[in-house]
Each structure stands twice: as C-alpha cells, then as structure tokens.
Design a protein around this ligand. Structure first.
Ligand SMILES: Nc1nc2c(ncn2[C@@H]2O[C@H](COP(=O)(O)OP(=O)(O)OP(=O)(O)O)[C@@H](O)[C@H]2O)c(=O)[nH]1
Ligand SMILES: [Mg+2]
Length: 432
C-alpha cells in the first residue's frame, strides 16, 4: 500500500509498531513490525518504508506498507487509514502528482500506463524508453531550437525601422527545414509504434476449406481452431494474440467466404467482410492443390482494397491453382511440411514494421495525441517557411512559431488543457 502526502510518516507511525523500538525511519529503509488497530489488536505483520522527498515517485513524502496480499488484510488496513483521515487515491493520481511536481513530463507519465499494460517485449521496451524520456528529449531538442529562433524574431519586432538581415533569414529558413525534417522523421514512426504497442490485426480470408484455421493454429503454435476436411468448419470470427518474429499481433480466423443459404454461414461471411476494412493485413488464402473456383474470386473481391498477401496453401500436394488473377505478393506454404512458413512469418513482420526493426533504439511514437500534435506543429512550421519566402511581416512569422511551440508543448504537457489531462490519467488504474 502506498501513501503519499505531507502526513505520510505520521500516518505510518500511528498504526505501525516497529520490532526495533529505536527505529528512526531513515529514508528508503525497510523496517519490520506490526500494524495494530486503535485497541492494540494485531492486524498484520508487515515491512514498511518511509521515503523522504524529493526522491520519491510523487516527489512528496511517501510511505509504503508491504502487507500480506489477502483481501481481508488489505481491507482492514485501508479501514484504519480511512478512519484516520486519509482518502483513497484516484486512478493514476500518484503518476499525476509526479507530473504536477515536475518529476515526469506528460509523455513520460502516459508511457507509465503503456508500461503497465505492455504485453510483448517490444511494447515493454518502447514504453520504457518513453518513461525514461527518449521522446521528451527529442521533442525538447526541437522546442529549444525553435525558442531561440522566436527570441531572435521577437527582438527584431522591437526594431521596426530595420529589416532582419538577409543572412539571418536564410539561417532561420535552414533551421526551420531541419526541424520540419526531424518532426517528419518522428511522425513516420507512428504506424509501427502503434503496431508494436497495441499489436497488429491480421485477418485470414479465403473460400471454405483452403486451410485458414490450419494456418492460424500453426502461427499460434497450438490447436486453437477446429480443422476438418468439411468445408464450412469455422462459422464465427476467432481472435487470438500471438507474436510473429517479435511483433505482437492479433490473428483473426474467419468463416470461409462463399455464397451460402445457411443463415449461420451467411452471418459468418457478413462478419468476416466487415472486419476486412479494419485490419492491418489480410492473408488471402487459395488452395494450391485445387483449381481456382468462383468462390475464390468471390473471396478475393471482398478484400481487394485491403493491404493483403496472397498465400497459396497445401504446397505438399500437386499445385494446380492458377492465381494469376491476383497480383499481390505470393507466399506458398504447407502446414503439413512447414514449407514456406518461415518466409511468410518474416514477410508479415517486415510488412508491419515498415522500415523499422524490432528493438531499434530510435524514438518511436505510439499515441494518436502525439501524432496529431506533431502534424499540427509541422503545418505551422511550413506556414512559417512560406511567410519567410513571401516576405510576410515578422509578426506573422512569430505567430506561426508560437503556434508550432504550442502544439509541441502538448506532448510534454506544458500547454495541455486540463480536460485532456483528466482523460489521460483516468486511463490509469487505481494505485498507479
Ligand atoms: N495436405 C495438406 N492439407 C492441408 C494443409 N492445410 C490444411 N489442410 C487440410 O485442409 C482441410 C481444411 O483445413 P482448414 O484449416 O479447416 O480450412 P479452413 O479454411 O479453415 O476451412 P473452413 O473453416 O471450412 O472455411 C483440412 O482437412 C486440413 O487438414 C496443408 O498444408 N496440406
Ligand atoms: Mg476454418
């Protein structure tokens, strides 16, 4: 249990009886003892630590009580403290305090939530790099430079009788181009960052019996979906999380796409089709051991606009399918022999990561909020560029620059409205 605020140590001393009667609560040191209630009854045997500011999570005085984990023990200690006058923390309040007290900036605080929810090694590493300030450092290097330019321009506004020297204007133009480039480099990482953090969705599509469920099971490494030789085995969407070459993914198996009169199959097909427009990648499967049928074309038509690979299945059998109707990258596989499956896996990972590698050390953004702020800021800088070229008044240039800084400030939290802050911290769970 964590207590934060000026009365933390008093609160601890009220109910905690240290085993060593001379315990002097040195900062960051664990003490063994008993929590007792007002009448002196033992509630639990615990370890407790007092942490003096500012070296604490919230920058306020903090106490932690390491009690046994049963609901009843926790409830009893909470009751003692709520009678004493402490209140429960709101969701994310500890991290909010760390932010308000300046220990973390907003992008770092947001990454704490991502760190807590991270499900794969790559999302863990990405979130940790943000908690450690990688994104903040990159943004700061841009804002720092822009502020210097702002000072220069504002200084010239005070000398209306003189024009800004040509050389200074050229310098500023160069700098602005560099910052636009830096911002573009960061915004480009958004898709991959989002995929690494949340996982990409991959849909397996094809006519009945082509081997969708078999491929799903192979990629999952377990017999999750029922596989039979009867067409129409899978009736509903089936979603499972997995990692493909280090990339977290959500694999979705679908009912075979076909024109059917069976109302269950019709509904399965409807669900599969609706999902196609929402996923990051479609694997369109064609049975290589059978001639292409009208139903293959029916399935192809459903995903023709999606980002997709053609996967020809059953490579262990004689290959007769003519897939020339489809120009997508083609991967031939067999789940019976394992042929082609490693190349398919690395092609999927390469496609999802774009130009980035799993575990790359460079900055990568994962939040829509950050992406939007960077794009707005870049638009302001482009408008500043035009203003310089067209000899616009200095005031216009300064306006664009201020706007650009305002948008970048939303990432670190400097200019983030309270309503947005509330939304961000409400996503945390209690106790974080
Ligand atoms: N020889 C061979 N048979 C395969 C291969 N992959 C799948 N099969 C067989 O093809 C049949 C259909 O496989 P499923 O994975 O159920 O196909 P599906 O596309 O999910 O079928 P529906 O759910 O009915 O749409 C089964 O009998 C599998 O054993 C393969 O690589 N080689
Ligand atoms: Mg199936």
């Amino acid at each position: 249990m964590r207590i934060s605020g000026p009365r933390s140590l008093d609160a601890l001393k009220t109910f905690f009886k240290p085993t060593d009667p001379k315990a002097d609560y040195k900062t960051h040191q664990l003490y063994h003892g008993i929590i007792t209630d007002q009448s002196g009854h033992h509630v639990d045997e615990v370890m407790a630590v007092y942490m003096a500011p500012p070296r604490t999570y919230t920058c306020d005085p903090v106490v932690e009580i390491h009690c046994h984990g049963s609901q009843q023990v926790v409830k009893s200690i909470l009751k003692l403290y709520s009678n004493y006058g402490l209140r429960l923390a709101q969701a994310g309040e500890f991290t909010y305090r760390a932010y308000v007290n300046g220990r973390l900036d907003l992008s770092q605080a947001e990454a704490v939530a991502d760190l807590i929810h991270s499900k794969s090694e790559s999302s863990h590493r990405l979130a940790l790099s943000h908690v450690e300030g990688l994104l903040s450092k990159n943004i700061f290097s841009i804002t720092d430079g822009l502020r210097k330019t702002q000072v220069l321009l504002e200084a010239w506004i005070d000398f209306p009788e003189e024009d800004l020297p040509e050389e200074d204007l050229l310098n500023i133009t160069d700098q602005i181009s560099t910052y636009i480039g830096k911002i573009n480099d960061i915004t480009k990482t958004y898709n991959t960052g989002r995929v690494l953090l949340e996982g990409a969705s991959i849909l397996l599509v094809g006519r009945p019996n082509v081997g969708k469920s078999s491929l799903l099971n192979f990629l999952l490494g377990e017999d999750r979906a029922i596989v039979t030789s009867i067409p129409g085995t899978t009736r509903d969407l089936l979603e499972e999380g997995a990692t493909i070459a280090g990339v977290p993914v959500c694999l979705v198996d679908t009912a075979g796409l076909c024109r059917s009169n069976d109302p269950i199959e019709v509904e399965g097909v409807r669900r599969a089709k609706r999902k196609i427009s929402l996923v990051d990648l479609v694997l369109f499967l064609v049975d290589g051991s059978q001639p292409v049928e009208e139903e293959d074309l029916f399935a192809y038509a459903a995903c023709v606009d999606a980002p997709a690979f053609l996967v020809t299945t059953k490579l262990d059998l004689d290959q007769v399918a003519d897939t020339s109707f489809c120009s997508w990258r083609n991967y031939a596989i067999s789940v019976k022999t394992g042929q082609g499956l490693e190349s398919l896996k690395s092609a999927i990972a390469d496609f999802l990561l774009g130009e980035y590698a799993v575990g790359s050390e460079s900055v990568m953004i994962t939040e829509q909020r950050h992406y939007d702020a960077l794009v707005s800021s870049r638009n302001n800088l482009e408008s500043l560029h035009l203003a310089i070229k067209s000899n616009a008044p200095l005031e216009c240039m300064v306006f664009d620059l201020r706007e650009a800084l305002y948008h970048l400030g939303q990432i670190s939290g400097e200019t983030t409205p309270d309503s947005v802050l509330e939304g961000i911290f409400s996503k945390f769970c209690i106790g974080k």
